[in-house]
Design a protein around this ligand. Structure first.
Ligand code: CA
Length: 225
């Protein structure tokens, strides 16, 4: 994730840059509105952290300029508690979120991750196939009204299948995605875990939602909720 921070108070800017770096997020910093706008218009960032009161172009003018050019980059406004009017104007102009100074860096990181996820179209928190639902935030799995307990690995296997209903996923794809490293393709890790998962998501003998394509892989059935 690469972020642009536009903030003229050097102390805050470096606090943010350092905090983001600790969370594994790279940030460019601009200390005035003109540089900020130029960078934001030029480079594809995953999100912008935009102070409102800036020398040169102010934050709202940057936001307006970007949105007029149909630039959809997610924007989080940094606002002072007193800047209610500016905050509302910013949201109307298409800011995705705001954070009030002073703030904890963890909160900014969480909001950045949320807006970046939304921008990538991963905003959904619940995936449902038939009467099977998984909640990507709480990690809760339910078949009808029955709660299903899964291990972390089983959950990510199920999530991977449910994100692509109707699509065949090969054993290799599943191994790479869920286990994340090179396994002997002869391993039966996938098959064993699919069997276990199948049993768990059919706690009361419900219909099977995972199809086996012999010699190819697996597919989650496509059922409208
Ligand atoms: Ca400022």
């Amino acid at each position: 994730m690469k972020i642009l921070v536009v903030e003229d108070e050097k102390k805050i800017a470096s606090f943010v840059k350092k905090g983001l770096a600790e969370a594994g997020i790279t940030a460019d910093v601009a200390h005035n509105g003109d540089d900020g706008y130029r960078l934001a218009a030029m480079q594809p960032y995953d999100a912008l952290v935009l102070d409102i009161m800036l020398p040169g172009r102010d934050g709202l003018s940057i936001l307006r300029g970007l949105r007029e050019k149909k630039n959809p980059v997610p924007v989080i406004l940094l606002t002072a508690r007193s800047e209610l009017r500016e905050r509302l104007e910013g949201l109307n102009l298409g800011a995705d979120d705001y954070i009030t100074k002073p703030f904890f860096i963890e909160e900014l990181v969480a909001r950045l991750q949320a807006v970046a996820r939304r921008a990538r179209g991963e905003g959904l928190t619940i995936i449902q196939i038939g009467d099977l639902t998984i909640n990507l935030v709480t990690r809760e799995v339910k078949r009808g009204a029955t709660k299903v307990e899964l291990t972390a690995r089983e959950f990510s296997l199920l999530e991977y299948l449910m994100r692509a209903p109707g699509r065949v996923l090969t054993r290799t794809q599943i191994l790479e995605h869920v286990w994340g490293y090179d396994f002997d393709p002869q391993t039966n890790l996938v098959d064993v875990n699919i069997q276990r998962l199948r049993k768990k998501i059919c706690p009361n003998g419900e219909e099977d939602l995972i199809e086996t394509l012999r010699g190819v892989g697996y597919r989650c059935r496509k059922i409208e909720p």
